[in-house]
Write a protein that binds this ligand. Structure first.
Ligand code: NAD
Length: 364
């Protein structure tokens, strides 16, 4: 097994902070991957990891993904992410989130946090009692609120762009779309797809999530969480956790497009990215099409007052970016993930040379 420092060095992370507070039971890791474009920004995930090693691996991958995401979305922020080890349905408390807020604050603005899986605006409000380096604050407090509807919109337009390439039309009417995970983002994505008359298939590990949506949309087809990969579908939309595009699932998926909100969908970015192409599946890079949430957060931290129209306007550009990246991948004979990473790295290198002096409200 790789040492902790070897893992940190592998993708040039700048800093990793282990947050331990026995009083509240807080065990969290903050990973700052790259701050060339600005302070590292990315949400905090709360998840019951099987081991601390698994939590570290996740936060390192997620924070690197944020660097790419923020870069391709044209934002002046770097990449970071945090994970809190614990069950979001059992282990939340005000004290835990405030203890976490103190660790975020100790970084002096080098890392700005927000929501991710398992974390809601109420939790973020508690983090904000201890630090100003928080975004995704409730709208009632002048913040941008839950980023999920904007994320879902970005996934939707990215999916449409992929459909345009594969089917010659970006209409999703009649397309069979399997949405894995109907949590914050998944439910808004389902709403958009239903509005466009797509045939939507859903799965989730929690029955209450399924029931809430099927009550709203009785024509939804529900499949067991382990069988979703075998469903008859045109588009697979992973909106739960990462690494669901792997050797096993690629042998089962019969779709033409993969386009979803989950971070780090490809278990092995190069190999599984290539395998998608070989199997005739167009993969819309996750960090590109799920960047609506961070765009929304950026609209909160970079402007004196949050403007939702601006967030949606900027998110809509994902449609064209997706088409551009598909074209680059075809031209350069690389997979779509590699094309998106290439674009992100180009921007980071160019901005590093520029020595930009643009500042957000934190003075970075
Ligand atoms: P969420 O926790 O609200 O929803 C995730 C849903 O997936 C939950 O309902 C959960 O029960 C379900 N789930 C978990 N494992 C599953 C499985 N094996 N099969 C089926 N369902 C399963 O989280 P979210 O905020 O909706 O985020 C979803 C994904 O999108 C995450 O990977 C997150 O990192 C990513 N993402 C979210 C945002 C955002 O704005 N919330 C932005 C960018 C990326």
């Amino acid at each position: 097994m790789q040492s902790v420092f070897d893992q940190i060095n592998e993708n040039n992370h700048e800093q990793v902070v282990f947050c331990n507070d026995p009083q509240t039971g807080l065990k969290a890791i903050i990973a700052i991957h790259n701050t060339v474009l600005g302070p590292a920004a990315g949400g905090t995930r709360m998840w019951m990891y099987n081991s601390e090693a698994e939590a570290l691996k996740d936060v390192l991958r997620l924070s690197r993904g944020m660097t790419y995401k923020n870069a391709v979305a044209g934002l002046n922020i770097g990449g970071g992410k945090a994970v809190i080890i614990g069950d979001a349905r059992k282990h939340k408390s005000e004290a835990l989130f405030r203890a976490f807020g103190r660790f975020v604050d100790s970084l002096g603005g080098k890392y700005i946090t927000a929501e991710d899986v398992g974390i809601g605006t109420q939790d973020i409000e508690q983090v904000a009692m201890e630090t100003k380096y928080v975004s995704g604050m409730p709208k009632s407090l002048g913040g941008s609120g839950d980023p999920s509807p904007v994320t879902a919109y970005g996934v939707y337009v990215g999916m449409k762009a992929a459909a345009k390439k594969v089917y010659g039309s970006d209409s999703l009417a009649g397309k069979k779309v399997a949405v894995q995970g109907v949590g914050h983002v998944g439910q808004y994505l389902v709403e958009r797809l239903m509005k466009e008359n797509a045939q939507v298939i859903i799965s989730d590990i929690y029955e209450d999530r399924i029931q809430a949506l099927t009550k709203q949309f009785p024509s939804l087809q529900v499949v067991d969480k382990d069988n979703i990969y075998d469903a008859d579908m045109d588009i697979y939309a992973p909106c739960a956790l990462g690494a669901t595009v792997n050797d096993d699932t690629l042998n089962r998926l019969k779709c033409k497009i993969i386009a979803g909100a989950a971070n780090n969908q490809l278990q092995d970015e190069n190999r599984h990215g290539d395998m998608c192409g070989e199997k005739g599946i167009l993969y819309a890079p996750d960090f590109l099409i799920n960047s609506g949430g961070i765009i929304n957060v950026y609209c909160e931290i970079s402007m004196p007052t949050y403007n939702a129209d601006r967030a949606y306007e900027q998110t809509e550009r994902i449609y064209q970016y997706t088409l551009d990246i598909i074209e680059t991948a075809e031209r350069e004979k690389i997979n779509t993930h590699q094309a998106a990473v290439q674009l992100a790295n180009k921007r980071i290198e160019a901005m590093a040379k520029l020595n930009s002096n643009s500042k957000n409200r934190y003075g970075f």
